[in-house]
Design a protein around this ligand. Structure first.
Ligand code: FAD
Length: 485
């Protein structure tokens, strides 16, 4: 893992790696949470994150009990000049939420959730997962638009964007944020909202973890309850025709319908006929929120694109839809991914997508095509730091595999599909930028947005303490003062 392109200082400098033991004892004695050190029983589990690619050994993991612990830990990292990772749900695809020899500020125990069912608002702490949030809101008939995988953390996703099952109906997750409580690099606890620190509030919605550590989010909720959701599987013999028809129907569908198409090999699951298991398939995943009989009518054409191998679309409580992406919850696998946004789905782009995906297909491959638009596209392009409101779609090429599988081959296969689509692509989602950060930051943030983010970085984190992320590099030189107290 190389950090060189994301941090200004060199983590291999010996003086940065040496921990002042007296200070570490002091830290342990003053935080209300735990400080987990190498040799502690909890260390082996605590050092690991979702991705098996990153087998890192931090010098210490501070599992904070509250925002005050976060403040103490930030001051500590700054004063000791330590490499710093911030972790909420631990699903950083790029491995930023762990490191070798530095400090991890782990927010897994900041998991309070307060729901106001009358005003349809909630206060979420970052260590909650989206599965937990949706389960807690369900009894109130409420929900919060989020990503597609239940185990992803509130903290990372809610600072990056949040594209998921309800993106066309209720927008990105960041579109529902009313305020953020944040510990900045100088150890201050601030609040950012439309009225307080509005420029910071703009940058926090899409700018990732660059400006501080979010300790709580106040969000607007929306109706949840029962959705028409699930997946229909088709044989991939006519994949190109199916995808073209899928794209045409899904782009024109009402906002209530959010969808994805997926190219993969059929899983060895009981609902797939035995002779079709392991053969190439196209899956169409749907989530319709709203009147169910209208949903049946809208979704029907997507269930008739060919003769289905299996059709698992049915009314279900919203939290149940996360079962469709349980494969994404498995921890410790190696993972290679690349993603791209697309302004439109041209026939040529879909042809290349199918051709390239089929040429690399293996049991580890999942290529998904997400149709965007709807509520996400109606937010003003400069309202948040997320820059890609105008994109009709997104492709995510992923390979998940046990650590024993040859990494170079997974990487090459991912890259092959990515390169085939490159002539048609335009931009990338910050949450899906993996190991190509230096080259792709301007694909994440066009120059005008990037410059605005740099100005915020100069103001709130001029020494790049929060450097392990899809990094906005500060251009101002400054020092931050403060003591651990
Ligand atoms: C299996 C999988 C499925 C995914 N699916 C989706 C999806 O459907 N839609 C989508 O939009 N995204 C998706 N993502 C991307 C996801 O949104 C990002 O990886 C996100 O950063 C993960 O958040 P986390 O809190 O779990 O991760 P962590 O690893 O804990 O955090 C990732 C990074 O975010 C920053 N960060 C985290 N918490 C805080 C905080 N409280 N304050 C400041 N900075 C913080 C840090 O830089 C940290 O290194 C998926 C990722 C994975 C691995």
């Amino acid at each position: 893992m190389t950090y060189q392109d994301t941090v200004q200082y060199n983590p291999n400098e010996p003086e940065r790696r040496q921990i002042n033991e007296q200070m570490m004892d002091k830290l342990t004695s003053i935080v209300r949470g735990e400080v987990i050190l190498p040799g502690d029983a909890a260390y082996e589990t605590a050092r690991k994150i979702w991705s098996g690619n990153f087998d890192c050994y931090p010098a210490a993991i501070v599992r904070c009990a509250d925002a005050e612990d976060v403040r103490i830990a930030v001051n500590f990292a700054r004063e000791q000049g330590m490499l710093l990772s911030v972790r909420s749900g631990g699903h950083s695809i790029a491995g930023y939420s762990t490191n070798d020899g530095g400090l991890v500020i782990d927010l897994a125990h900041l998991r309070k959730m307060t729901i106001d069912p009358v005003n349809h608002t909630a206060r979420l702490e970052p260590g909650l997962t989206w599965g937990e949030v949706s389960n807690a809101l369900q009894p109130f008939g409420l929900a919060m638009t989020a990503g597609n995988v239940a185990s992803v953390g509130v903290g990372g996703l809610l600072l990056g964007g949040g594209v998921g099952w309800m993106v066309r109906a209720y927008g990105l997750s960041i579109d529902r944020v009313r305020s953020v409580e944040l510990v900045t690099a100088d150890g201050q606890l601030l609040r950012a909202s439309a009225d307080e620190n509005p420029e910071l509030f703009w940058g926090l919605r899409g700018g990732g973890g660059n400006f501080g550590i979010a300790t709580a989010f106040e969000v607007d909720l929306h109706p949840g309850g029962t959705v028409l959701g699930g997946i229909v599987f088709y044989e991939a013999t006519e994949a190109e025709r199916i995808l073209k028809e899928y794209a045409r129907l899904s782009v024109a569908a009402p906002d209530e319908l959010s969808t994805q198409a997926m190219l993969a090999l059929a899983p060895p699951a009981p609902f797939i006929p035995p002779d079709k298991q392991g053969t190439p398939i196209v899956g169409i995943l749907v989530c319709y929120t709203g009147d169910l009989s209208e949903g049946e009518r809208v979704v029907a054409p997507l269930r008739q694109l060919a003769t289905p191998i299996a059709d698992l679309i049915a009314p279900m409580p919203y939290p149940q839809i996360f079962a469709l992406t349980e494969v994404g919850e498995v921890r410790g696998l190696q993972h290679y991914g690349r993603s791209q946004f697309f302004e439109t789905f041209s026939d040529e782009m879909l042809h290349r997508l199918v051709e390239a995906s089929q040429s690399v297909m293996s049991p580890e491959t999942i290529v998904s095509l997400w149709v965007l638009g709807g509520a996400m596209s109606r937010v003003a392009p400069d309202a948040t730091a997320f820059a890609h409101r105008d994109k009709q779609g997104m492709v995510l090429i992923t390979h998940f595999a046990p650590l024993s599988v040859d990494a170079a081959s997974l990487h090459a296969r991912t890259q092959q599909v990515f390169q085939a689509l490159m002539p048609h692509a335009n931009g990338v989602y910050v949450g899906f930028v993996v190991d190509e950060v230096a080259q792709r930051m301007h694909d994440v943030y066009p120059p005008a947005i990037y410059d605005r983010l740099v100005a915020l970085k100069n103001q709130y984190d001029p020494t790049n303490l929060f450097g392990l992320n899809q990094n906005i590099k500060p251009t101002a030189s400054a020092t931050l003062a403060g003591t651990v107290k």
